[in-house]
Design a binder for this molecule. Structure first.
Ligand SMILES: *[C@@H]1O[C@H](CO)[C@@H](O)[C@H](O)[C@H]1NC(C)=O
Length: 252
């Protein structure tokens, strides 16, 4: 090893050391690189209280975003439900409908409120599709678990029908059977189109991204499907972080 080479190594070690000093000195404000991090405990809410609802209202990419940032919604998963085909896959899911499973904290949001969001987020009168998406896979379904949910769903459907008699509300009400989660690439699809936000939350590994409450919310935010006040709150939070110098976004 020649003298200059040794010098180079020496310089390298010194600069690395200088570079690292702020990280030791200022732990509280240390800027974290957007790399993989494990989720903090507060992103894993108390599982015991959670309830589950499943809806079909057109493309599941969009459906997931519709429910993602409602206060009380903890997690969303897209999948196939309402049909009989075993082991459905995206390229062949037979008689199933594209669906979203919503896990929610019943102390913060209830089934009735989820029904309101369901009705206001698609056109239940469109036959055989939603908007440009044509096909039986995009049909409108409320999946119910038990008689109380079944009753609430029927009442809300009647209310929806009374809003206009000129066309039929096509929505089916079905007892919840098996919900088949879709392939990873369809989960949090909207968020996955935004690499900046993926970095901002620390490039979570796939399984963590799918279970993350933060990713659930941001998936709705990216699609601009959050309620307006929440959309604004998240905007503000992200702008604040960018101004501060891009640490990792951990909660909203
Ligand atoms: C249906 O509700 C019961 C009681 O709340 C619950 O234990 C069960 O897990 C639910 N079933 C599904 C498929 O969500």
């Amino acid at each position: 090893m020649g003298v200059s080479e040794r010098n180079n190594n020496y310089h390298y070690i010194i600069s690395l050391f200088i570079f690292l000093i702020p990280f030791f000195l200022d732990n509280a404000h240390c800027i974290r690189f957007p790399d993989r991090v494990t989720q903090p405990a507060r992103d894993q809410p108390d599982q015991q209280h959670l309830q589950t609802a499943v809806f079909a209202l057109g493309s599941f990419w969009r459906s997931e975003a519709v429910f993602g940032c409602l206060p009380g919604v903890v997690r969303t998963t897209v999948g196939y439900s309402g049909g009989s085909k075993p082991n459905p896959e995206y390229r062949s899911f037979g008689d199933h409908a594209e669906s979203v499973q919503v896990e929610y904290d019943p102390r913060l949001i209830n089934f009735r409120k989820l029904l309101d969001i369901f009705w206001s987020s698609h056109d239940p009168r469109q036959v055989y599709g939603q908007g440009p998406d044509v096909g039986n896979q995009y049909r409108s379904i409320i999946f119910v678990n038990g008689t109380e949910e079944s009753r609430m769903a029927s009442v809300s459907k009647e209310q929806e029908q009374t809003r206009s008699r000129s066309s039929i509300v096509t929505t089916q009400i079905l007892q919840l059977g098996t919900f088949h989660p879709a392939e990873p690439e369809h989960q949090k699809f909207e968020l996955k189109q935004n690499t900046f936000l993926l970095q901002l939350i620390g490039n979570l590994p796939e399984e963590e991204l799918e279970r993350s409450n933060l990713a659930t919310k941001l998936n709705g935010y990216v699609a601009e499907l959050c309620p307006p006040n929440i959309q604004k709150q998240i905007d503000a939070k992200i702008n604040e972080i960018i101004k501060k110098g891009w640490p990792i976004l951990r909660e909203l």
